[in-house]
Design a protein. Sequence first.
Length: 514
Amino acid sequence: MVTASATLSALALAAAIGAVISFVFRTKVDSREPPIFHPKIPFIGHIVGMLKEGPLYLARVSANCNAPIFTLPMLGGRTYICKSPQIAQLVQRASSTLDFDQLIIQVTPRMVGSSKETRQKLLDPTAKEEGRKRISELGHDVIHPPLGVHRISGIVALQLEHFTEFVNKIQDGQENALFKFATREITAASMHTFYGPQNPFSNNPELIEAFWDWEAGIVPYMVDVLPSIFARKAYYGLEKCVQGFSEYLEKGYIKDAYCILRDRQRIHEEAGISVPEQARLEVALSFGFNGNAGITSFWVLQNIFARPDLLSQIRDEIRENALVAPDTISFTKLRDACPLINSVYRETMRLIAPMPSARYVLEDTLLGGEYLLRKDAVVQIGGSIIHHDASIWGPDVEEFNPRRFLYSSSGSKTNADGSVTDKNQVHSAAFRSFGGGASLCPGRHFAQMEIVSLASVMAYGFDMLPPKGQSEVAWNPQRNEKQFPFAAIKPVREVHVKLQRRKGMEDVKWMVKP
Ligand code: HEM
């Protein structure tokens, strides 16, 4: 009896202490801040949720909230999650106080293990008061303009030459793991295009695998607890790439790189960043060139080849509108006269690239005169929520609808039967794959060119058949939705195929031209 009542008292005491702790440590919010969702475990509950469930966690919390933006308290601070395109647009417009760079400067060095000294040079806390631009701002000035749609013809031609050589080397009957096939070719081609013929990956092709080893383990690597043990593959992959880039920089091969890289290296040099530390920053930028584009290329190929009717319609579209000679496909024609393949490309990204654009709140900001965002908080545009909102996209929001972007690059809301018309255009800020506002991905034109071109020449010139021992190709792997929302979503497994030139095209030497 005594034991039972002692146990009850202990439990009551523990519950009371828990309630007091959670009350005392609850993040205090201003009544004008977006509605707050307290986690069950104070401080870390939302972080644990996101690590365990990935973007699905945000969708679950969001389902309980009617407001277009809400607050998640974390580690004594707060993150605002915005779930409507209208609010996303307001966030994008407030770029003077909601800053992209501040977060990138914190995240990038962690991705590649930069030294404290480099981190400090990048943060450059006195730059503003001393009237200087930070390294990231100088980088922005040299990277964005040369990636504009009218200035990329030279790098487009280089990338397409690489693809041409690659597809013409394909052996009939060659078996491939499709994810590896697409990601490795995008990596080899874009490293060649951006860093020149002596790029570290062409001098040492095993660095391509090292790069993807690092990419696969970036999140555990960034946790930064003995990464050589707990994120072993990522750690050694990164170190190999750093070594390759160090040699490349020391030998001066960067003289043959695209201007954005030469100019950026000059900025790093002038800031006194050492060569091995510059090499780390080059690995980080390579992630921008290769990561998302490689993963997206896989999904576009899989989404087309898994649907025989769609494959046939795309072949018709290419033949009628983009085939400028029996052996030549033109990217300009693909871009301007092939709405279906471009719609497939964007619909693929809606499902696998719901990017969480994040901004650091530099000063208290009243969004749309209504929602107060407090200084030093983070605001995230919940791509994973917006891309799956049926009120925006229509009742088939969870399905792949190849026609969703046929009439508008923003997409159209589908009708009850899944049909798409030129009406009901979706809000322009609802498509989150390339972010938006001042930091809208500058590589988006290049990305469209490479992904659509590679998919088109494969679709037009080749069949994908079951590999030996399989009666059919195991298409449609699940998306790894639990993946931490860092880059485009990967498949949970590979898709194995046998490549074969199409009947009647066995001897064609393909050419993809700008
Ligand atoms: C499917 C492929 C790609 C996707 C999904 C993608 C997505 C993104 C996103 C979401 C951002 C952040 C924007 C924001 O939060 O507002 C970004 C930034 C950036 N992307 Fe891309 N990207 C892709 C391909 C590329 C390519 C091919 C390049 C280079 C040629 C590139 C270069 C960059 C750069 C330099 C930034 C930083 C912009 C800044 O600091 O202002 N991206 N990208």
